[in-house]
Design a protein around this ligand. Structure first.
Ligand SMILES: [Zn+2]
Length: 612
């Protein structure tokens, strides 16, 4: 609907790698936008932006700000943090600026060949897609920072950074310009949006793989995060991903690693030659949290191939002003999750048990979420904008995560291909073949990716796609168990070593000592009884229940007992009758079967060990 949608496709990886070597013909290239960003008062959390914008002699120009960031599917209205937009000629004559849409401005040029547009952006949201400016450092993302011309032409964008006093370093995936430090150039707006920038005094570590420099840039180590250990393991991880894909598709890579407070922002966002990671600074202190940080780095780094270059057809060139829907996030995100953990293990950074534990978590997460029977994984992908990124208390009942189910589907497909080819081929071959075929400027459709899977495996998977991708059929784990010689860990029947515990199945929280219901899943006694989210449970069978006594209270009943629950619902007291049930045992934990055959063991070894 906006002209941005009709822009010219750019940025296949081969072009990206040679962008500095082959300048576009001067007579046809759209003119450059030149930004200066500065931080005159970083403690107030503002970044000041000056953009020198070419007008091509037009009487007015339209400027646009993105409303979302690729990789994170929610309209975020970045213009809400923009203030005091003014414009002037380079002689200093003020020009008229009219804001006419939530994220668009029209500037009268007065016939000037370029106009200087100034604005400031409030920057205090700690997430991988937003901005943060404080006394010690700035973290800038392209989408929430830079206005561009709305004509959508692939014009170069240059950024000159004026660091605050005392800030020594800037780090980004952008190419450096000659003429001093802190000067960068993007061949087009997509690259600018795709290249977060960190400025300050971060700890910077460097390593080289295939003669290609890699940087780990840690903001906020604070003597707590173990940077030396992290960079050593990151190099091992990069080598394993490079081994699987067969090459590195960039000429430098930057891991921007923001170390935050516990309970502050977290997560990661992928880019073509960088990633922003966010985790609390204590993560290197325990094995579990460190593995989860390595897993995050592995996931985002795998995206360098899968989604940033091998991408669903809808995810580029981007319309930055409207939602972009795709049915393929199960592959782009879920299969990436599958490989994130698999690569950690193949690189020797996690044990076989830790890998199986991660796979078990995915399967258990899927099989215990009622929404798996309501929403297909393709629907989950398509509706990411309005469902996955906008969850509510009913989400588990009606939606499924395309990360979780996608990772499980990756695992099932891998096993199926290995079984069908006696271990000669695998999902690794699918990913490499798809990369070869589709990593140019167009991307793949759902049917095209399915065809590659079928071709590599020599399989007809029509009924699998119907049931597992387009439908909500229960998945069959028989093949993964059989192929790799695994089994689900036997769980003792309830009552074998302890009495079955009375169970209602709702989630609750302790609100200053009061017991408040936070989630009611379908298929639980609480759901059957009609308990509601936000009900405060006051008493069971006439006896007071406080938040810290729920477990003890439940221990006094048996499954099958009836209980009268006194609840306060929207300020009205009422009694609700419920019948206690029994929680299902944890039955989705993989382990290696002690009866595995030699063939199964060979399949497992081929799967888990790096193959030349
Ligand atoms: Zn991802």
């Amino acid at each position: 609907m906006h002209p941005m949608a009709a822009r010219i496709p750019v940025l296949l990886w081969a072009v990206f790698m040679t962008q500095t070597a082959i300048p576009a013909p001067a007579q046809t290239a759209p003119a450059t936008i030149r930004y200066t960003v500065s931080f005159p008062a970083p403690h107030t959390h503002y970044v000041e932006v000056t953009a020198v914008v070419p007008t091509d002699g037009r009487p007015e120009v339209e400027l646009m700000m993105a409303v979302w960031t690729p990789g994170s599917y929610l309209v975020r209205e970045y213009a809400r943090n923009v203030e005091e937009v003014t414009a002037a000629t380079d002689g200093g004559r003020a020009l008229q600026v009219d804001k006419f849409d939530k994220n668009r401005w029209r500037v009268a040029t007065g016939g000037a060949p370029s106009v200087e547009v100034r604005y400031r952006v409030y920057a205090r949201e700690m997430s991988v897609r937003t901005n943060w400016v404080e006394t010690d450092f700035a973290m800038l993302n392209g989408a929430p920072t830079f206005m561009t011309l709305a004509d959508g032409l692939p014009r170069p964008h240059e950024v000159v950074i004026q660091p605050a006093p005392g800030w020594q370093t800037s780090a980004t995936g952008l190419a450096e310009m000659p003429g001093g430090s802190h000067r960068y150039r993007a061949p087009d707006f997509d690259t600018l949006v795709d290249s977060p920038i960190v400025i300050g005094n971060p700890a910077v570590y460097e390593f080289t793989v295939d003669d290609t420099p890699h940087f780990l840039v840690n903001v906020g180590e604070a003597g707590v995060f173990d940077g030396a250990r992290a960079v050593g393991d990151l190099e091992i991880l990069v080598r394993e991903h490079r081994r699987m894909w067969g090459m590195l598709p960039y000429d430098k890579f930057v891991f921007l690693n923001l170390l935050t407070l516990v309970n502050e922002g977290g997560g990661g966002l992928e880019h073509k030659n960088s990633t922003m990671l966010m985790a609390n600074r204590w993560v290197t202190r325990t094995r579990q949290t460190y593995l989860s940080w390595l897993g995050l780095a592995s996931h985002e780094f795998f995206h360098t191939w899968n989604i940033k270059r091998l991408r669903p057809v809808e995810l580029g060139p981007f319309n930055y002003e409207d939602e972009v829907h795709t049915r393929s996030l199960w592959m782009a995100e879920g299969v990436t999750d599958y490989y994130a953990d698999l690569a950690l293990h193949r690189a020797g950074l996690s044990t076989r048990e830790e890998l199986l534990d991660g796979l078990s978590n995915h399967v258990e997460g899927l099989q215990t979420t009622p929404g798996r029977l309501v929403q297909s994984v393709e629907e989950a992908s398509f509706d990411a904008w309005i469902k996955y990124y906008r969850p509510n208390e009913n989400s588990a009942n009606v939606t499924i995560s395309y990360y979780t189910k996608g990772a499980v589907l990756g695992f099932l497909l891998d096993a199926r291909i290995r079984a069908a080819t006696d271990g000669a081929r695998s999902l690794d071959d699918v990913m490499r073949a798809a990369f070869q075929k589709f990593s140019g400027d167009r991307g793949f459709t759902p049917d095209e990716f399915r065809a590659v899977v079928e071709q590599v495996g020599g399989l007809n998977l029509a009924s699998f796609w119907d049931g597992a991708l387009e439908g909500t059929e229960e998945l069959d784990y028989g093949e993964v168990l059989e192929t790799f010689g695994l089994r689900f860990r036997p769980v003792q029947a309830p009552g074998a070593d302890r009495p079955g515990r009375a169970w209602l199945g709702m989630s609750t929280r302790d609100n200053a000592g009061r017991l408040v219901v936070t989630q009611v899943r379908r298929g639980t006694p609480a759901f059957a009884a009609g308990l509601n989210v936000d009900d405060e449970i006051l008493a069971m069978n006439g006896f007071r229940v406080r938040a810290d006594q729920l477990t003890a209270q439940l221990g006094r009943y048996q499954p099958g007992d009836t209980v009268a629950l006194l609840v306060a619902r929207r300020d009205v007291l009422m009694t609700i009758e419920a019948v206690f049930g029994t929680e299902s045992p944890r039955q989705w934990r993989f382990e290696v079967s002690p009866d595995a055959t030699d063939t199964q063991q060979q399949q497992r070894d081929r799967w888990l060990q790096p193959q030349a």
